[in-house]
Design a protein around this ligand. Structure first.
Ligand SMILES: NC(=O)c1ccc[n+]([C@@H]2O[C@H](COP(=O)([O-])OP(=O)(O)OC[C@H]3O[C@@H](n4cnc5c(N)ncnc54)[C@H](OP(=O)(O)O)[C@@H]3O)[C@@H](O)[C@H]2O)c1
Length: 247
């Protein structure tokens, strides 16, 4: 087990971190000695994932489960309160808005036939979740002595320059998440909080499927870099493989 959390350690919250890319981001930050809050909507899955990753944490690092369903405003409010009581003075260094759903694949995919309810449900998680959580945690990020950082997990499917007709609900949600990134980047600049959005590439997870070309380590790389080594002035950008890509 890792040592008790220390307020001197950088602190991060990663949403949807019980599996997939979010889980790998949490693992890598803990291995660097960070205090990581592993956000998950299912308490059992979240506790199990946090306990497992805590064993891999570097000295002084830790991984703690934080209950959060990003599609539920009340759950976001509770998680923000919980985080405040569990952090020293309520400071947070990094927020990774990772949790997302892709449900187009199970239903009619065409924009000509898509049920508005599917788009609403997708936006509730992939867009409004990030909106509400970033709003709720902006005060905690502003207290970061290192300069707060927000990292949004977007997708190449959200790139307007590339967009055609695939996965309409998911794609639209990620384009909107990119716009949200620009808005928050502008609004939070004066508080020295950077806000960036990134595509992890096509990654072998439950969402990406077995044929995807990248490992979770590769998928997590840019997010971990943005959390740790990227210049603090880098904000309002859309990245893949640590480089800016077209919107
Ligand atoms: N995999 C890819 O190829 C790929 C490509 C481009 C972008 N991305 C993006 O990368 C991020 C991570 O994707 P992934 O491949 O790791 O997906 P994943 O394996 O399906 O994991 C998604 C995570 O989000 C959680 N989640 C979903 N809805 C939630 C909610 N309402 N509240 C809290 N947690 C919720 C899931 O929790 P449960 O276990 O409870 O369902 C799970 O932990 C997503 O933003 C995705 O859009 C992935």
């Amino acid at each position: 087990m890792s040592a008790a959390p220390s307020s001197a350690k950088p602190t991060a919250l990663v949403t949807g971190a019980n599996k997939g890319i979010g889980h790998e981001i949490a693992r890598q930050l803990a291995r660097r000695g960070w205090r990581v809050f592993l956000g998950a909507r299912d308490p059992q899955r979240g506790r199990e994932a946090a306990a497992k990753l805590a064993q891999e944490a570097a000295d002084g690092g830790s991984v703690e489960f934080l209950a959060i369903d990003v599609s539920e405003p009340a759950s976001i409010a509770r998680a923000a309160e919980d985080l405040q009581t569990r952090t020293d003075g309520g400071a947070l260094d990094v927020l990774v808005n990772n949790a997302a759903i892709l449900e187009d694949a199970d239903q009619k995919q065409s924009i000509l036939e898509i049920a508005p309810a599917l788009l609403q449900k997708t936006l509730e998680t992939n867009l409004f979740g990030a909106l509400r959580l970033t709003q709720a945690l902006a005060p905690a990020l502003a207290k970061s002595g290192r300069g707060g950082r927000v990292i949004n997990l977007s997708s190449g499917l959200g790139q307007l320059s590339e967009m055609d007709s695939a996965y309409p609900a998911y794609s639209i949600s990620k384009t909107a998440l990119n716009a949200l990134t620009r808005q928050f980047a502008g609004a939070l600049k004066s508080q020295k909080i950077s806000v960036n959005t990134m595509c992890p590439g096509w990654v072998r997870t439950d969402m990406g499927g077995a044929n995807a070309t990248r490992t979770v380590e590769q998928g997590a790389d840019t997010a971990v870099w943005l959390a740790t080594e990227a210049p603090a002035e880098l904000t309002g950008e859309f990245l893949r493989d640590r480089k800016q890509i077209p919107w």
